[in-house]
Design a protein around this ligand. Structure first.
Ligand SMILES: NC(=O)c1ccc[n+]([C@@H]2O[C@H](COP(=O)([O-])OP(=O)(O)OC[C@H]3O[C@@H](n4cnc5c(N)ncnc54)[C@H](O)[C@@H]3O)[C@@H](O)[C@H]2O)c1
Length: 294
């Protein structure tokens, strides 16, 4: 894939190579989406073992598509051949766009943005997949704040259509236009949002998820029945506890903390049970145990 964005007949940004940092739930999913759209993808993980897990995961996911006949075997092989896995962040230096998707921790993300700024091409876009953190704080960790924005995918990234394009006050319109065109080229639907904690979806979703945990603590109904209620009564594809386990309880806790830090709303004060589960290492599906066992 070679995405060239044109405006008033001027070519101003070209994306061929996509760099991704973080091989967790979201980093892997975003890599797969970019591969399927035809991009050259370099994914950097801290540990070699994680890169092996990641490539196996992508192969498994693509082979399911081959079985469903939405992809041919040779297309799947070709997509995997465009994936480069590395533990060395310097391998992202040729990327036209880098999407950071590591743990939801502002200091860690700021430090990564500082490093990316030094090693990446001067005109590369640096994007974050943060769920709630201020994108402007990552932008100002670099000397190219006009080229930093949020590109927020949803979980699972391969399935969910929406992508929030987060616009810190430091970003240029060219960067946002390029990010929007890039997301469209991935087959997703972008919406433009302000750089405010939780953006649109998580600002609405997480107070609801947190309320479900508080409801469980008050023993209004069992966990299974609360989940069934929202599925059968509201037509939601998943109940709140199933969704919390899918997102990851550590990530959910950090999202609520960031929402509360900015909004001071009582609805976003993390329920004590959530803190206890995270402290116990019960992080949801990714650790095979969260509200439910897997
Ligand atoms: N889980 C979701 O539903 C979801 C949805 C949209 C966005 N996000 C956002 O995506 C980002 C990643 O979330 P995830 O769900 O993939 O998490 P995850 O726990 O699955 O993966 C986190 C990744 O961060 C890496 N990491 C941890 N500490 C690090 C450090 N000190 N330096 C560098 N890397 C480190 C881990 O090795 C792992 O690859 C977060 O910003 C999160 O808010 C998550």
């Amino acid at each position: 894939m070679n995405l060239t964005v044109r405006t008033a007949n001027l070519v101003f940004m070209q994306i061929e190579k996509v760099g991704i940092i973080g091989s967790g739930i979201m980093g892997s999913g975003i890599a797969e989406v970019a591969l399927l759209a035809g991009y050259q993808v370099t994914l950097r993980s801290r540990e070699t073992a994680n890169t092996y897990t990641m490539v196996e995961q992508v192969k498994r996911s693509l082979s399911k598509m081959v079985k469903r006949e939405t992809l041919t075997g040779s297309e799947a092989d070709e997509a995997v051949s465009r994936l480069e896995l590395t533990t060395d962040i310097r391998d992202l230096r040729d990327s036209d766009i880098v999407i950071e998707s590591v743990i939801e921790d502002l200091e860690i993300k700021r430090e990564l943005f500082q490093r990316l700024d030094v090693l990446c091409k001067a005109d590369a876009i640096l994007a974050t997949n943060t769920s709630t953190l201020p994108v402007v704080a990552m932008a100002t960790a670099t000397k190219r704040p006009d080229l930093v924005c949020g590109i927020h995918f949803f979980n699972p990234a391969t399935v969910m259509k929406l992508v929030e394009i987060v616009t810190p006050i430091t970003v240029s319109e060219t960067t946002i236009d390029t990010a929007i065109s890039f997301v469209i080229s991935l087959g997703k639907e972008p919406i433009r949002v302000k750089d405010e904690a939780g953006f649109v979806v998580n600002a609405l979703l997480f107070p609801y998820l947190n309320s479900a945990i508080c409801m469980l603590e008050r023993q209004v109904a069992s966990m299974e029945d609360i989940d069934r209620s929202m599925q059968l009564g509201c037509g939601f594809p998943m109940g709140p506890f199933q969704l919390l386990d899918l997102v990851g309880l550590d990530t959910s806790l950090r999202i609520l903390e960031a929402l509360h830090f900015e909004s001071r709303s009582l609805a976003s004060v993390p329920a004590p049970t959530l803190r206890r589960l995270v402290a116990a290492g019960r992080l949801g599906r990714k650790s095979k145990r969260g509200f439910y066992d897997y």
